[in-house]
Design a protein around this ligand. Structure first.
Ligand code: NAP
Length: 296
């Protein structure tokens, strides 16, 4: 058996076309343009490339987009002042501070400074809390991308046994919480495993849906998956460079083994990654509507 590929890149393209049409409608009917600022402190090459991709997508969708590059020695107060400025800027509806921040800046303090109604990454405790009680304004982007991919591929989530490998605040915990909700595209029975779990394979092997977000290249092997399961590989792990310097990326799943056992699987790259940026754009469009009191 060879699994169906869940090509996030293609689904993301579909959603972006829907968003582009929505942006045009907002312009024509309401005279508003979604505005996104991405703040990058320092010159971390991976962060630079993530921010570039976000800006490029925002531009393609017709957003008002601002790329705010700050030097690595920017002090914390200056960053907080900058966020305050964007909180008050009516042209900006979404504020994204690219993580990680340099060590001298307190990340938690910075995330708390973002107006929750402009928190399109959905990392502010207000948005995390709203997700927990099942009343989210914004969904965190990578988990939202995973859920959307599952829904659009016709995967049965309601009643499914889902096992999430990893319990980080940006992937593992929020996706577990989202799929657990009493809501459409959810209602799963969710188990979360981590480094202190006694027998990870016992859990993954009985899962209808495995979501791998461990940050360990090819950690989930073929024999850890139940035949016919749906496998979502969130991992992006650099395992080396090609002769011409390009990054060689591997997911958290041993793809060549898993593809023979699963019924559907996301490739890396081209799976969850493109969905993440698209969900950021979706949140920004939503933020624009919230800020302009647009209900249609
Ligand atoms: P993280 O903060 O490092 O968390 C990893 C989690 O996996 C931790 O909870 C850890 O458990 C658990 N874990 C690690 N090794 C394990 C093992 N051997 N057995 C069981 N559990 C294990 O990582 P993250 O930020 O969630 O990211 C996970 C992966 O997704 C990374 O490869 C990252 O690059 C990728 N990612 C991709 C996107 C995207 O858009 N495609 C977005 C975000 C992240 P403990 O808590 O016990 O330490």
């Amino acid at each position: 058996m060879s699994a169906k590929l869940l090509k996030g890149a293609e689904v993301a393209k579909e959603i972006r076309a829907e968003l582009k049409a929505e942006v045009e409608r907002l312009k024509e009917k309401h005279g508003v343009v979604p505005g996104l600022v991405t703040i990058l402190v320092g010159e971390n090459p991976a962060s630079q490339s993530y921010v570039r991709a976000k800006q490029q997508t925002a531009h393609e969708l017709g957003f008002y987009s601002v790329q705010d590059n700050q030097p690595v020695d920017l002090n914390e107060n200056k960053l907080l002042e900058l966020i305050d400025m964007y909180n008050k800027d009516p042209k900006i509806h979404g504020i994204l501070v690219q993580l990680p921040l340099p060590k001298h800046i307190n990340e938690h303090k910075v995330l708390l400074a973002i107006d929750p109604s402009k928190d399109v990454d959905a990392f502010h405790p207000v948005n995390v809390g709203k997700l927990m009680i099942g009343e989210p304004d914004y969904l965190p982007c990578t988990p939202a991308g995973i859920q959307e991919l599952l829904i659009r591929s016709g995967t049965e989530i309601s009643g499914a046994e889902v096992v999430v490998v990893g319990r980080s605040n940006i992937v593992g915990k929020p996706i577990a919480m989202m799929l657990l909700q009493k809501a459409k595209g959810a209602n799963a029975t969710v188990t979360v495993v981590h480094t202190r779990t006694k027998d990870v394979q016992f859990h993954t092997k009985r899962a209808d849906i495995v979501i791998a977000a461990a940050g360990v290249a090819e950690y989930v092997k073929g024999d850890m998956i139940k035949p016919g399961a749906v496998v979502i590989d969130v991992g992006v792990n650099e395992v080396g460079r090609t002769a011409d310097g390009k990054r060689i990326l591997k997911g958290d799943v041993a793809f060549n083994e898993a593809v023979e056992i699963a019924s559907a699987i996301t490739p890396v790259p081209g799976g969850v990654g493109p969905m993440t940026i698209t969900m950021l754009m979706k949140n920004t469009v939503r933020a624009c509507k919230v800020h302009n009191n647009i209900k249609d």
